[in-house]
Design a protein around this ligand. Sequence first.
Ligand code: SF4
Length: 454
Amino acid sequence: MAKQLFIKTFGCQMNEHDTEKIAGVLSNLGYSLTDSPDGADMIILNTCSVREKAEYKCYSDLGRLLELKKKNPDLVIGVGGCVAQQEGERIVQKAPYVDMVFGTDNISEIPKLLEKKKGQRKGAVSTERRKKGLVPQGGTDFISVPFPSMVRNHPVKAYVNIVDGCDKFCTYCVVPHTRGRERSRQPEDICHEIQGLASAGYKEVTLLGQNVDSYGKDTGGHTDLADLLHRINDIPGIMSIRFVTSHPADFGDRLINAMKRLPKVCEHLHLPLQSGSDTILERMKRNYTYPEYRDKIRRLREAIPDVAVTTDIITGFPGESAEDFDKTLEAIEEIQYDGIFAFKYSRRPYTSARLYGGQVPREVSEERLSQVLEIQDCITQEKNQACIGREFDILIEGESKKDKRNLTGRTRGNKIVHIPMEEGISIGAILRVRITSATLASLKGEVVRQGRGL
Ligand code: SF4
C-alpha cells in the first residue's frame, strides 16, 4: 500500500508549484498525497516567510506535529520553503523531532536527506543555494529542466517556472534572501516542458517568476518574456497563457505588444503598485514613480481596452504619513483595479526597511488596510456587476468547491465564473458563457455555446 504524504503549503504560486515538485520526488519513493495529516506517514510544511510571524507559525505548526509524532514515532516530518531556507539548522535545534529541512533549491535532495536521517539521530538539513548549472549528484536541476515526475495539482492548468530568485532587493522583501538571485531557465527547456504538458492534455500554463519581466536578463537577454510568449503561443494544444508577477520598472511596450498580438495570452496583468506615494516608493526602492506606473497602465489599456489589472498594496510602510496613504487611496480610485491583494507592512529579517525609523503603529496599518479593502470592494463589486449580460470564453477547471452542482472556470481576465453542471461538459472544455449574476467574489453564468478556443 502506498505511504501517505500530507503537504501543508503556505504562500505564493511559487510555493504551490514547489509542492508539486516535492510530491513528485516523493511519489518516486512510494508516497501518495492525502488531504489530512491524520494517519499520514510523512508530513511536510512548505513554508513562506514573506509575512511577519512566519517562523512563529512554522514552529507552532511543528508543536502540533509533535503530538502526532508522539502517537506515531515512525511519522516523518519535513520542513521546506523559505522559512527552511532562512532558518536552516535552527529548525532541527529548536524542534529535534524534525527529520529533514530542505531549502528552496534542495527539493531534489529529499531522497538523500531521508537516507542520511536514517543513519543519525539529528534531522538532516540541506539549504545550500544552488549555483546555476551545479546539480547535486543524483539530483535534478529544476531551474533548467522540469522535475521528471512532478505531481501536478490540476488536470488542465499548470504552473511553469521560467525564472527563480530576484535581483531587485525591495527594502521590505525577504525573497532575494531566501530564493537567491535571478536564474532564468533556457527557453528551449521551458518550451519542451510546455509541449509535454500540451501532449498530456493541459490547456493553460501560468509562467512563474518573482519578476517575470526580468526573464532572460541574466542569460544575456537574447530571449525576453515577450519572445518567450511568442514561442509558447505557437505550441499546439495550449489554449491560454498567463504570467505572474510583473514588475512596474521592467514592464513595458514589448510586453504590451505581445499581449495584444498573441491570441493565447490572457488579457490580465498583475502589476504590484505597493504605494501611490513617490516618497514611499523610493523608500521601498521600487525604481518607479506613480506617474510612470500610471502611464504604463494607460498604454496597456489603450492597446487592450478590456484588460484586467490587479495589484498588491502594502499599508503602513515605515515613514508612511497620512498624506502618503491618501495618495495610495487616490491611486486605487484612479486606476480602478479589478482586484487587490493588500497587506500591512511587516518587518522581515535581512531587509533594510526593518531598520528604518518611522515604523507605523500596527493599529494604524490595520486601519489603513481596511480602508484599502473597503474601497477596492466597491470597485470590484461595480466591475463584476458590469459583467452581467456580457459573454466570455472560459476554460472549465473543475467542480465548484462550494457547490458540487456547479462547474468553475475563469475568464481571460481571471474572474471566477460558476456555471450549472450539465451533461456533456468536461473539465478542460472551453465554453462561451453569458454572465447572469455577480457577487464580490465571483460571477455566475449560463453556457451559450462551445467556445471557439480562448
Ligand atoms: S521585485 Fe521586490 S517585492 Fe518582488 S520578489 Fe523582488 S525584491 Fe521582492
